[in-house]
Design a protein around this ligand. Structure first.
Ligand SMILES: NC(=O)C1=CN([C@@H]2O[C@H](COP(=O)(O)OP(=O)(O)OC[C@H]3O[C@@H](n4cnc5c(N)ncnc54)[C@H](O)[C@@H]3O)[C@@H](O)[C@H]2O)C=CC1
Ligand SMILES: O=C(O)C1=N[C@H](C(=O)O)C[C@H](O)C1
Length: 264
């Protein structure tokens, strides 16, 4: 069965990226999670004294560093392979990577992660900030309380972000559709057509260094409600992912949700 480490040994994939680096920095200040190594596609070397190994040697890295938990912020195609290898090696997986296809069983979906969760604990979240967890609950309440209101979701991110809409926007949209009666999502808006009742407008903006902003607008003819979350820096995400790593290591195999971490 499983170990119960007091300080989880963490392997970071995507270690040289914006998030991977921040996870390594934040972990240095904590005692519930200790980064033992990183892997990345494009560099080997060290970050803050943590060894970073080539991603194509991932299985060797698992054997050499013997982590309790993987924290992954990379790209979906790499993430799926890392998680499959972790399932073989009995390593828990915290995955923050976004851009998986919406249909989890389509090529590019989350199915590989779900499969791994039959053997090891797996927790995937599109947003590890606690503020976004609160936002999701607030959105659910607002949509339930305001049936018939028009709903538009807008997200803004830095110019380096590839996937759109963001994983968080997709999670918000799933939550909206789980509590309200809607007919579909309209991505962007152009041409000559009136807004249809029941559609949800979705807008993605990419500019500069914006860390991540999500706004849900609910409006009728008489009033507007705007719910907005703005990340000030990446520590909110890195800390949440490390909270999840400490919480997940040593648990039974299964599919876990970040809301369970936040609830404790
Ligand atoms: N869940 C959350 O709270 C958050 C999720 N994210 C997501 O995390 C992911 C990474 O974001 P950033 O760090 O900004 O990206 P980045 O581009 O700065 O870093 C990506 C890292 O993955 C590595 N990589 C890329 N392709 C690879 C491959 N084929 N094999 C192995 N490694 C590979 C790169 O070398 C790099 O180290 C994105 O999907 C992003 O949306 C970002 C912030 C918060
Ligand atoms: O790429 C990012 O930066 C972020 N990605 C996540 C997403 O796609 O929702 C979370 C956060 O918004 C930052």
């Amino acid at each position: 069965m499983t170990r119960e480490p007091s300080s989880a040994r963490v392997l970071v994939s995507g270690a040289t990226g914006r998030m991977g680096r921040r996870v390594i920095e934040e972990a240095a200040a904590r005692d519930d999670a200790r980064v033992v190594a990183g892997v990345s596609r494009d560099l080997s070397g060290k970050i803050d004294d943590i060894p970073v190994e080539p991603a194509d040697e991932f299985e060797v890295v698992l054997r050499e560093y013997d982590p309790d938990v993987l924290v992954d912020f990379s790209v979906p195609e790499a993430s799926r392979e890392f998680v499959a290898d972790c399932a073989e090696a009995n390593v828990a997986c915290v995955v923050g990577t976004t851009g998986f296809t919406e249909d989890e069983f389509a090529e590019g979906g989350l199915a590989a992660l779900r499969e791994a969760s039959e053997r090891v604990p797996v927790l995937h979240a599109s947003n590890f900030s606690r503020g976004v967890q609160a936002l999701l609950r607030a959105v659910e309440g607002a949509v339930s309380d305001l049936p018939g209101y028009d709903v538009e979701v807008t997200e803004s991110h830095h110019r380096h972000k590839r996937d759109a809409p963001s994983g968080t926007a997709n999670a918000i949209l799933d939550r909206i559709e789980s509590v309200g009666e809607f007919d579909g999502r309209i991505h962007g808006r152009e041409g000559d057509a009136l807004r249809e009742p029941g559609e949800i407008g979705v807008h993605a903006r990419r500019a500069g260094g914006i860390r991540g902003e999500h706004e849900i607008l609910l409006a009728n003819e008489h009033e507007e409600l705007r719910l907005t979350h703005r990340a000030g820096n990446r520590s909110a995400f890195a800390d949440g992912a490390l909270d999840a790593a400490g919480w997940l290591a040593g648990r039974n195999p299964g599919w876990y949700d970040f809301s369970e971490v936040v609830a404790e």
